[in-house]
Design a protein. Structure first.
Lengths: 471, 279
């Protein structure tokens, strides 16, 4: 890694960073992605509703609306080429009184029209026929047929994998600690946490919640990021809804929604809580209560649902109120892809296009790489269904786990295996099979034996290896 | 392959029933188990005093001449209608195969219900685990952690505490009857837990790097999804006192049934009663 000079280094391995890496991998460029966590998709990209938004409610004229508009036509190709689990289930914004109907008619219908998103009014009968679990108080609603759900991790991983197959390099588990300008301002030198340095002509700042800190490294203080938490409840209860059920937003809040999940089950949430700590992903009694109180207005039985898991994600709220996609005014060799609040997954294909165009404008030559692959080949062997069951709750076999360990972006953590196979996602939440997955990882990569197995993020060691001294 | 009886699960209930079948002279019996060894999910606790009867059972069962398919899991169950044979699909290290059975005893046991099922607030760091996970880590030469808080709420957690105390001195126990687990702290690894005294409402913040907790059970009936065998709202198989399910020649016993208990204390009794009905 240290001997090369890169054309572009992407900082951050979330859905935005990997989408950019993928888009750039179709050109003759020397590429590197740096992610500080042990796997891609460990930040905002992993803990969200998984909804691919149309942008019907985005503020017209914003960079966000533009990225969402571009993405709408890109998603169908991505879904096909990368086999992303994707369900075009549509959404309904449910009105329960005349006032809410008014808000839809005066705000959301014209807004959708301005963004060129197809919406139409739906009667209460139609809504209830498709979604019998919705409150009987529904008076009608706004149908947004283009809204869909997908697996955010699958998308992120697939973006990264296709880029790797096209020659891009990915460094996991190393953050950027320092950036300096070298070669008379022609290049940037990035110092990683382990002291290694990387030289590159351009850097893309896709560091999500930490993108303001990356900008500061080149002396750019033009924007700042503050964290906003969203708590979710995941249930496997069979709720009779077939669409994403949205409330009519109030002046203060977009409100909580009920959405199907692409692999089964339903998500309730999120809350919107501004906080200080970018790392705080805790759930709270109050948060759960506010999710349930909101959801029961849409789906009255919400409080009775048993839950398989709760989680919280933190999204980036930008001081500029919009996506920041531009070269840094202080250091034009750094292109920001920052301030991506809650539509990062949905907008990532469009953001990637825009970043590529921005890089070109900044002087990067984009010459098509004729050999580049666009479709992810089937990397699962015929052996997929063989071997004993390791994850009992979800019937995941040894071979499925071994296969996941041999993909272009090799998982190094239990959560990495979880997101690539579905293992540990069942009711026991991995308490039965995590030790067995540790065994399979050690058998597949004997050189890792003796290392402390990690759950997910850095330092999330699952156990203390024998013989290790007391800390 | 056809058997008079297929027993799904070689744990407390399965082994008990198998011994009864042998005593009654039944020769064509196959046992299928997910684990590498017979004994079931509770096996790691059997060295503690509270599991003396189970230990005795295992010694007796060691001499059973029945075929046991280990590391094998039933992934499809098709009950035979009108006296026809039941068909089972089994996933094993060698791949998938099907077997036929005149009678089936489901003794597939249960897993522990983890923290997530109980909506306990806080973060989701590594180091929160159930007794079963802690014991499996120890089996592999790991220590679950350096300072462990264990919530005691029954035979399994008590036995885990006894066994852990042999491994480490840094174990603190809290009885669930007195203390409610109210929050978990820590970003990557557990840094502490918050407990509330049920009597006094006193809040106790305990620094630790490991929390061992489980409450309730998850019946291992995942392979019955879509099968017409009746289950209750917790997915436990509905049986009568003799282990009969809603379908003829399909029986169930132990903690996978609605009569089982979280600590597997009545599993032997239920299995003995069920075995009487089998032949």
């Amino acid at each position: 890694m240290q001997n090369h000079k890169y054309d572009v280094v992407v900082i951050g391995g979330g859905v935005v960073g990997t989408a950019i890496l993928r888009a750039l991998s179709f050109y003759q460029l020397k590429l590197l992605l740096i992610e500080k966590q042990p796997d891609v998709c460990e930040g905002t990209s992993k803990a969200n509703s998984g909804i691919v938004h149309t942008g019907f409610d985005a503020k017209p004229g914003t960079v966000e609306a533009e990225c969402l508009r571009r993405s709408r036509s890109l998603w169908p190709i991505l879904v096909e080429n990368l086999r992303i689990p994707f369900i075009p289930c549509g959404a309904v914004m449910v009105a329960t009184n005349e006032e809410e109907k008014q808000i839809i008619e005066t705000t959301y219908v014209p807004n959708a029209k301005a963004n060129d998103v197809d919406v139409h009014w739906m009667s209460a009968e139609e809504i209830l026929e498709m979604n019998p679990a919705v409150t009987a108080e529904v008076t009608g609603g706004l149908a947004v047929p283009g809204e869909a759900i997908c697996d955010p991790f699958w998308a992120t991983r697939a973006f990264g994998e296709i880029a790797v197959l096209n020659g891009a390099e990915v460094v996991l588990g190393q953050g950027v600690s320092h950036i300096e300008t070298v070669s008379n301002g022609e290049d940037l030198r990035l110092t990683l946490e382990n002291g290694e340095t990387v030289t590159t002509r351009y850097a893309v700042n896709a560091a999500g919640l930490w993108s303001d800190e990356i900008a500061r490294m080149v002396g750019d203080e033009s924007f700042s990021i503050s964290p906003r938490k969203g708590q979710f409840i995941l249930t496997e209860e069979a709720i009779s809804i077939s669409s994403i059920i949205l409330p009519v937003p109030t002046k203060t809040s977009k409100g909580v929604l009920v959405s199907p999940v692409v692999f089964g089950g339903f998500l309730l949430g999120p809350t919107a809580e501004d906080q200080e700590d970018k790392w705080d992903r805790s759930t709270s009694q109050a948060g759960m209560e506010s999710v349930l109180a909101g959801c029961e207005k849409l789906v009255p039985d919400s409080r009775q649902f048993s839950t398989i898991r709760q989680f919280a994600g933190v999204r980036a709220v930008c001081s500029e109120g919009d996506f920041v996609i531009r070269p840094s005014a202080v250091q034009p060799r750094m292109i920001h892809a920052a301030g991506i609040r809650s539509t990062g997954l949905s907008a990532s294909p469009g953001i990637a296009e825009l970043v590529a165009a921005t890089l070109q404008k900044a002087g990067l030559e984009l010459q098509a790489n004729e050999q580049a692959q666009h479709a992810l080949p089937d990397l699962f062997s015929e052996e997929q269904e063989t071997g004993e069951i390791i994850c009992l709750c979800r019937s995941i076999t040894r071979s499925e786990i071994v296969n996941s360990l041999k993909r272009p972006l090799t998982p190094q953590t239990i959560d990495g295996v979880k997101r690539r196979t579905g293992a540990t996602l069942g009711e026991c939440q991995g308490n039965c099979c995590i030790p067995k997955i540790i065994d399979v990882m050690a058998e597949t990569y004997p050189e890792h034996t003796g290392k402390q197995p990690l759950k997910g993020v850095r330092n999330s060691y699952l156990a203390v290896a024998q013989g290790e001294k007391q800390a | 392959m056809m058997y008079e009886l297929v027993i799904i699960g070689a744990g407390i209930s399965g082994l008990t029933a198998a011994l009864s079948a042998w005593e009654r002279g039944v020769s064509s019996v196959l046992m299928i188990d997910y684990q590498k060894r017979r004994g079931g999910f509770t096996l790691p606790y059997w060295s503690s005093d509270e599991f003396a009867p189970e230990r005795e059972l295992l010694e007796k069962a060691a001499s059973l001449p029945y075929e046991i398919h280990e590391q094998s899991t039933v992934v499809g169950f098709f009950p035979g209608a009108n006296g026809q044979l039941h068909q089972l699909y089994v996933q094993s290290p060698m791949g998938t195969y099907s077997i036929e059975a005149k009678k089936v005893l489901i003794a597939s046991g249960s897993l522990e219900k983890p923290r997530e099922a109980h909506k306990i607030p806080g973060t989701r760091p590594a180091g929160v685990m159930t007794p079963m996970m802690a014991m499996q880590l120890i089996e592999r030469g790991y220590q679950p952690g350096r300072k462990i808080v264990l919530i005691e709420n029954g035979r399994i957690s008590r036995s885990t505490a006894v066994l852990l105390e042999k491994e480490t001195s840094n174990l603190v126990k809290y009885a669930e009857s007195d203390w409610e687990l109210t929050s978990i702290k820590g970003l990557s690894r557990v840094e502490g837990v918050q407990l509330r005294n049920r009597m006094t409402d006193e809040i106790n913040e305990v620094a630790c790097d490991t929390l061992i907790f489980a409450k309730g059970r998850v019946p291992c009936t995942f392979f019955l999804k879509g099968a017409p065998i009746e289950r209750d709202q917790h997915d436990a198989i509905i049986v009568d006192a003799t282990g009969k399910t809603n379908l003829p020649d399909i029986y169930a016993a132990g903690s996978c049934t609605c009569l089982g208990d979280d600590d597997h204390t009545n599993s032997m009794e239920l299995a003995k009663e069920t075995a009487k009905q089998l032949f």
